[in-house]
Design a protein around this ligand. Structure first.
Ligand code: ADE
Ligand code: ZN
Length: 322
């Protein structure tokens, strides 16, 4: 079996960031909206750096106007994941994108998201859970609101809380109250760190937000003591190599630290982040990792077991995907 055909577990996939450009264009057409500057001449998402990527992402979200658009998006995204061999995936969503932080709207969006996941399970057998996120650059108050809405919605389908957005904005400690609310509600915790900012950002995140998982975390490689800490504490990294190469976090695949982190005993997993923005998918990630680092089936099976153990799901689901 080629590694691309292995069953895969993905822990870090932004729902809106996984929207195919054709899907966004279809919605724009239905709504008579012109999305200037969102696409390049080839029809791909157009951005040049991390800030431009976040801007393009949120501009594309303008046509995700209601619960039904999100239901359709979940179905389309999970169909593509299943096609790439993914059997379990965690989708990052945000109360501030799904209903603008309004409580009533948020629960309507959640019903639609769960309906999309149920339809995808029925059609493709793929299992999904949702990780609700705050957006760092919206600030600590918005993060607390996002956490409170997530805590209220905690249940079998909404199983985690996290933080994405502009990592250079404020300090991790400013978001501790939000993470405390989510922890209290029993949600699994993850936060982006060590993607755009260096090891200090990962250390602060570990100290103040105390997540079980870190989104990216790859710049920890710049500090050997931090790498050792990640290994000792068993923190799981949701690594997105293709994203890191596309955003120039790493100069290329050969320079990517995932193999060095793994050899240092850090629990690494593989995901795609925002696949159409970075011209990737899970099969492509596996192919590139196998070609670049000589990883064979055993390494990928090991990575997937790490991901299953770190998944924010109940034990029967974990047993079913193991
Ligand atoms: N939101 C979507 N993708 C992201 C990324 N790679 N980093 C931070 N926030 C994000
Ligand atoms: Zn991400």
């Amino acid at each position: 079996m080629s590694v691309e055909d292995l069953p895969k577990v993905e822990l870090h996939l932004h729902l809106e960031g996984a929207a195919p450009p054709d899907f966004i264009r279809l919605l724009a057409g239905e709504q008579g909206v012109v999305l200037n500057g969102v696409f390049d001449a080839q029809g791909h998402y157009a951005w040049a750096d991390f800030a431009g990527f976040l801007d393009c992402y949120h501009r594309a979200c303008e046509v995700l106007t209601g619960p039904d658009e999100f239901r359709r998006l979940v179905e389309a995204v999970l169909a593509k994941s299943a096609h790439d061999g993914v059997i379990y995936t965690e989708l990052f969503i945000a109360p501030h994108i799904c209903g603008g932080g309004d409580r009533g709207a948020w629960f309507e969006y959640l019903d639609a998201l769960y309906a999309g996941a149920a339809a995808a399970r029925k059609a493709h057998g793929i299992e999904a859970r949702f990780v609700s996120t705050c957006i760092r650059n919206l600030g600590p108050e918005a993060a607390r609101l996002a956490a409170a809405l997530s805590a209220e919605a905690a249940g079998p389908m909404l199983t985690g809380f996290g933080m994405g957005g502009e990592e250079r904005h404020l300090a991790a400690a400013d978001f501790a109250p939000a993470f405390d609310i989510a922890r209290e509600a029993g949600l699994g915790l993850t936060s982006h760190a060590g993607e755009i900012c260096g090891p200090g950002s990962v250390r602060e995140t570990l100290d103040h937000l105390r997540p079980a998982r870190i989104g990216h975390g790859v710049r920890a490689i710049e500090d050997p003591a931090l790498v050792a800490r990640l290994a000792v504490e068993g923190v799981v990294l949701e690594v997105n190599p293709g994203s890191n190469v596309a955003l120039a976090v790493c100069p290329g695949w050969a320079a990517h630290p995932i193999d060095r982190l793994r050899r240092a005993g850090v629990k690494v997993t593989v995901s795609t982040d925002d696949p159409p923005y970075f011209h990737t998918d899970m099969a492509h990630e596996y192919r590139m990792l196998a070609n670049t680092f000589g990883w064979g089936e055993e390494v990928f099976r090991d990575l997937n077991l790490t991901a299953i153990d770190a998944a924010f799901c109940d034990e029967p689901t974990r047993a079913a995907i193991r």
